[in-house]
Design a protein around this ligand. Structure first.
Ligand code: BG6
Length: 491
C-alpha cells in the first residue's frame, strides 16, 4: 500500500449517508489500524454551519460502545489525536473550496513524508445532481500537487442511459477513470467477494457451472420494511433503479462471467462488462431484440406506499420487481436469471440460488424431494449451503433432501465480517478499483434497463398491488415456476 499523508475529505459531511455509512466505516478502519492516526486527517465539508466538535460528535454518535478498543478510539477522537476539521461552504462557488484546499495543504506541509507524497481522497456523500459542479470545484481549487487525488461517488448514477452518460462525460472531462471510484456497496459484501473464489478455485464447480447442469439462477433482495421517509428519492427512482440495475446486476455478472485472465481489476471488469452484451439476442448483424420481455416482468407496489407524504397519489413507481434476463452465449443459453427485489416483504434477506437440473434416469424418485440447489446467503448471517438428496437415515431405503451447510457464524466464530463500506473505502485508499463500477459497465447496465424503465415511467407498465409483509405479487411466484424453478423445502 502507498504511504504518505492521507486527507479524507467528506463532502456532504452533515448529511445522512456520511453519518450512517462513511464516518462509521472510517472509524472502524481507524480502530482496526488500517489507517493510522498519525497519517490521516478528516476534512468535513457541507453547507450546514457547524464546528469541528460538532463533526467529532457526528462521527462518534452512530457507533455502538462495544468494549475497550472502541472506548480507546473514542478517547482519541475526543482528544484530537485523530485530526478533524470542518468547513462550511457552498458547492458551487470557489470560496469554500479554496479555504478547504488551504487547510488540506497546511496539514500536508506539516505531515508530509520524506518523499513528499500526499494523498487526497474526496468522498462525495452528496446527491448526484451536484457531482458535476463539485468535481469542477475540486479540479479548480483542490487538486493535489504532490500525489494522487481520487473521487468517490455513490449511486444513483443517472436515471437512464442518456442522463448517466451525460453525468459520466461531465465527470470524465475533469478526472481520469483511474481517479473515479463509483461505489456499488454490494461489491463490498463478503459473500459477493467470495463468488470469484468459489467459482474459479473449486474444481467441483468449474465443470458444473453452465447450461448443461444449471436449470435456473435467482438473485433475490428482500426487505421487510418500506421506504421509511425516503419517499422523495424513492418515488423518482423505484426499485429497478434502486436495487436491480446496480446491486443485483453486478452480482449476476459475477455469477455469469467467464474466468478473468488474472485478478487485476481491469481483467475482472472486462469480463463483467462482456456479460452485458450477451443479454441482447441478435436478430441479425445490426439488430438486437429487446433484452427484457413484458411477459418476463412482474412489477409490484405495496399497499400503503402512496400514504407517504412525498409520494404522489397516483404514483406508478414499483417497489417490487421480478425480471428475467437471459444470456445468449455458449455457457448460459436457455438458463433464466431471475432478478427479484422488493420492499415491505415478509423477510429481510438477500441470496443467490443456483438450481441444478434433475438427474436423468432418476431411480430414487428424488424429484419429489426437490433438486440440488446451491445457495449463497449474502445477508443476514452469511452462509452457503448445498441442498442434496441423501438416504433417510434408518432401515428403509428412501431419500430426503438435506444440506451441506457452511454458516459463517459457526464456522468463523469470533471473526468480524467487515461492513461493505469499510472494505470499499480501504480499496480506494489502496487504489484497487476491482470492486468499483467502471464507466463502460455502467453504460451497459443502463442499456439493458432503460427501455423497460421508460415504459414504466410513462405508465405503459403498471405495478400490481401487494400486501405489506407478503411475498410480493402472486404473479411473481408464477413467473418463477414458469422459468422452471422447482420450489424446495423452506423457500
Ligand atoms: C441501497 C438502497 O443502495 O441499498 C436502499 O438505496 C436499500 O433502498 C439498501 O435499502 C440495501 O442495502 P443492504 O446493504 O442493507 O442490503
Amino acid at each position: 500500500p502507498e504511504t504518505g499523508c492521507l486527507s479524507i475529505i467528506v463532502l456532504g459531511a452533515s448529511g445522512d449517508l456520511a453519518k450512517k455509512k462513511t464516518f462509521p466505516a472510517l472509524f472502524n478502519l481507524y480502530r482496526q489500524r488500517f489507517i493510522q492516526s498519525n497519517e490521516f486527517h478528516i476534512f468535513g465539508y457541507a453547507r450546514t454551519e457547524m464546528s469541528d466538535d460538532d463533526l467529532r460528535s457526528r462521527i462518534r454518535r452512530p457507533i455502538p460502545a462495544l468494549g475497550f478498543s472502541i472506548f480507546l478510539c473514542y478517547i482519541c477522537l475526543q482528544s484530537g489525536l485523530v485530526q478533524m476539521k470542518y468547513t462550511s461552504g457552498s458547492y458551487d462557488t470557489e470560496e469554500g473550496f479554496r479555504l478547504l484546499d488551504k487547510q488540506i495543504s497546511e496539514h500536508e506541509e506539516a505531515k508530509s513524508s520524506a518523499d513528499g507524497s500526499c494523498r487526497r481522497l474526496f468522498y462525495l456523500a452528496l446527491p448526484p445532481s451536484v457531482y458535476p459542479v463539485v468535481c469542477k470545484m475540486i479540479k479548480l481549487c483542490c487538486m493535489n500537487k504532490c500525489g494522487w487525488t481520487r473521487i468517490v461517488v455513490e449511486k444513483p448514477f443517472g436515471k437512464d442511459l442518456e442522463s448517466a452518460e451525460k453525468l459520466s462525460s461531465q465527470i470524465g472531462e475533469l478526472f481520469g477513470e483511474h481517479q473515479i471510484y463509483r461505489i456499488d456497496h454490494y461489491l463490498g459484501k463478503e459473500m459477493v467477494q467470495n463468488l470469484l473464489v468459489l467459482r474459479f478455485a473449486n474444481r467441483l464447480f468449474v465443470p458444473l457451472w453452465n447450461r448443461d447442469n444449471i436449470d435456473n439462477v435467482q438473485i433475490v433482495f428482500r426487505e421487510d420494511f418500506g421506504i421509511e421517509g425516503r419517499g422523495g428519492y424513492f418515488d423518482e427512482y423505484g426499485i429497478i433503479r434502486d436495487i436491480v440495475q446496480n446491486h443485483l446486476l453486478q452480482v449476476l455478472c459475477l455469477v455469469a462471467m467467464e474466468k478473468p485472465v488474472s485478478l487485476d481489476s481491469e481483467h475482472i471488469r472486462d469480463e463483467k462488462v462482456k456479460v452485458h452484451f450477451f443479454f441482447m439476442e441478435m436478430q441479425n448483424l445490426n439488430q438486437s431484440v429487446e433484452p427484457i420481455k413484458d411477459e418476463e416482468v412482474v412489477l409490484g407496489q405495496y399497499h400503503g406506499y402512496r400514504d407517504d407524504s412525498k409520494v404522489p397519489d397516483h404514483s406508478n413507481t414499483p417497489t417490487f420487481a421480478s425480471i428475467i434476463l437471459r444470456i445468449h452465449n455458449e455457457r448460459w443459453e436457455g438458463v433464466p436469471f431471475i432478478l427479484k427485489a422488493g420492499k415491505a416483504l415478509s423477510s429481510k434477506k438477500a441470496d443467490i440460488r443456483v438450481q441444478f437440473k434433475d438427474v436423468p434416469g432418476d431411480i430414487f424418485n428424488c424429484e419429489k424431494q426437490g433438486r440440488n440447489e446451491f445457495v449463497m446467503r449474502l445477508q443476514p448471517s452469511e452462509a452457503m449451503y448445498m441442498k442434496l438428496a441423501v438416504k433417510q437415515p434408518g432401515l428403509e431405503m428412501s431419500t430426503v433432501q438435506s444440506e451441506l451447510d457452511l454458516s459463517y457464524k459457526q464456522r468463523y466464530h469470533g471473526v468480524t465480517i467487515p461492513d461493505a463500506y469499510e472494505r470499499l473505502l480501504l480499496d480506494t485508499i489502496h487504489g484497487d478499483q476491482q470492486h468499483f463500477v467502471r464507466r463502460d459497465e455502467l453504460k451497459a447496465a443502463w442499456d439493458i434497463f432503460t427501455p423497460l424503465l421508460h415504459r414504466i415511467d410513462i405508465g405503459e407498465l403498471k405495478p400490481i398491488s401487494y400486501q405489506q409483509g407478503s411475498r410480493g405479487p402472486a404473479e411473481a411466484d408464477e413467473l418463477l415456476l414458469r422459468a422452471g424453478y422447482i420450489r424446495t423445502h423452506g423457500y
